[in-house]
Each structure stands twice: as structure tokens, then as C-alpha cells.
Ligand binder design. Sequence first.
Ligand code: ZN
Length: 131
Amino acid sequence: MKIDHIGIAVKNIDSSLKFYKDTLGLEFKGTEILKERGLKVAFLQTGESKIELLEPISEDSTISKFIDKKGEGIHHLAIYAKDLDQKVESMQEKGTKFIGEANTGAGGKKIIFIHPKTTNGVLLELCQNLE
Ligand code: ZN
């Protein structure tokens, strides 16, 4: 298992890219609109992992609420799961609570979030590429 990406809540992707892409020099992989989640996301490559910038595009997106409460910053860590369904099942057997059901995230990945109560206050996402 490896860290697939680190999600960072930002107010504005374009101005954040000035730092992450232009100043820090990370490889920009493109942006995507996730209408249902009220988000615009951008990915930057950092070795095997990525940084995911998350900008809210609707008032009721979870990222708007996060920024209102805590300000910009690290929102979640995403761990790559080879077989997400199997992983979720085995973790549920051990008492892990998840937030909702698995759904489709950026890049068409299958994703699910683990409840932060289980993970010492860290919002952890499990994700799997669907080919
Ligand atoms: Zn993510």
C-alpha cells in the first residue's frame, strides 16, 4: 500500500498553482470538475504520489465547510487499495466505520472515506484505479 495522494483544501486553485507548480516546480497533471461533490480538483505529481488541490465550487460542498471551519490546509490522505471492496469488507469486520458508500472520485477512481474517529482524527481515503 502506498500514499496515492494528499488532499489540500484551497480557496482558489489558480492562485495555489502559482506556488505548487511554478514556484515549487511540481508536475501539473490537470484539473477536473466534480459537479456532484461541488469541487474543482487539480493534481500535481510528487514521485509516486500526488498532491490533490480541492477548491469548492458550491456553498454546500464539504470543502467549503472545511475551509469555513478550519481554513485552508491538509484535508485528507489517500491510500491506494488494490482491491477496494475487499479491503473495505475486511476492515468492516474489524469494526472500521466508513463515511457512506464507495463512489467515484477524481480521475474515475473508486473512493471511500474512513471515519476520522477510527483514524486518530485523520480523514483517510481509500482509492483504487478502475481500468
Ligand atoms: Zn482525495
